[in-house]
Design a binder for this molecule. Structure first.
Ligand code: TPP
Length: 283
């Protein structure tokens, strides 16, 4: 873990403050870049902070450490959401992101594993992350190592058939070292998932594909910590799926559940108003 908190109460306070800091940085990046996938960036903040500060076995000073846990951001358009978290835990200085998504910047809208320390896989084309994670998890098994693979998917992304092919393979190869996490914010690019291509009953689907599945509140640190601290051993046979119920645009009143904020730009006034909301946010 990458924090010095002595107990759960301290950790909850620490992470809750980080939730505000990271959301403000997301807003700044969207201003810098002239636009960004802000809605889905804001929905996964607590998931990412729980992972990077508390759960993943990683060393930001040694990003390629062979026995590290792998984290695959399958919803690769979430670059504005993950890059400030990686800076915060120490993979690179924050000012490296000053030219986010500008010409020749190492930081594109979709993170590049060859340019951004801490990114385990370049993603952006949806539907590939779980297959890649299956390959990594098989590799870990073949090497008889104990690291795990965590893969964060969007819910709209689960419309891709390749997600379910990968899920079948994860069960077939008995990959208990693989954890799929679904950012269940109920929205995709241009509207609600249930209206465009319904996913429900999503929990039953993952269960039917052989995943040990749980649904939790994805902005609630208590539930996130309890769930991820108590993952079954990586040596288990069943892969795991944690469906995190979240809010797209979480923390910014005019963005929450509003399809037009899947991707958007912010002028100075809108950015100020977003920051004011974030300061008042409750999780
Ligand atoms: C293969 C593919 N098709 C289309 C897109 C364009 N696209 C980017 S984000 C997105 C919507 C994804 O929705 P979801 O997975 O729910 O993400 P979130 O709402 O969490 O941002 C789409 C269709 C893409 N990146 N890749």
């Amino acid at each position: 873990m990458l924090h010095n908190c002595q107990n759960r109460e301290e950790l909850m306070k620490f992470l809750t403050k980080k939730s505000v800091d990271i959301r403000k940085k997301i807003i700044q990046l969207v201003v810098t870049a002239g636009g960004g996938h802000v809605g889905g960036g804001l929905s996964m903040t607590e998931i990412l902070l729980t992972m990077y500060y508390h759960i993943l076995n990683i060393d930001p000073k040694n990003p390629s450490k062979p026995d590290r846990d792998r984290f695959i951001l399958s919803k690769g358009h979430g670059g504005v959401g993950i890059c400030p978290v990686l800076a915060d835990v120490g993979y690179y200085p924050e000012d490296m992101m000053m030219d986010f998504n500008q010409y020749l910047s190492p930081f594109g809208m979709h993170p590049d594993m060859k340019k951004v320390p801490g990114i385990d896989m370049s993603t952006g084309s949806l539907g590939h992350g779980l297959s890649i994670s299956v390959g990594l998890a098989i590799g870990a098994r073949l090497d008889k190592t104990s690291w795990r693979v965590f893969c964060l998917l969007g819910d709209g992304e689960c419309n891709e058939g390749s997600v379910w092919e990968a899920a079948m393979a994860a069960h077939h190869y008995k990959l208990g070292n693989l954890i799929a996490i679904v950012d269940r914010n109920q929205h995709m690019l241009d509207g609600p998932t249930e209206k465009i291509m319904s996913l429900e009953p999503l929990e039953d689907k993952w269960k039917a594909f052989g995943f040990n599945t749980k649904v939790i509140k994805g902005h609630d640190y208590q539930e996130l910590l309890d769930t991820f601290e108590k993952l079954p051993p990586a040596t288990n046979e069943n892969p795991v799926c944690i469906i995190c119920n979240t809010v797209k645009g979480k923390g910014v009143s005019f963005m929450e559940n509003e399809p037009k904020w899947h991707y958007g730009g912010l002028d100075e006034d809108a950015a100020k108003s977003a920051i004011t909301d974030i300061d008042k946010m409750t999780l």
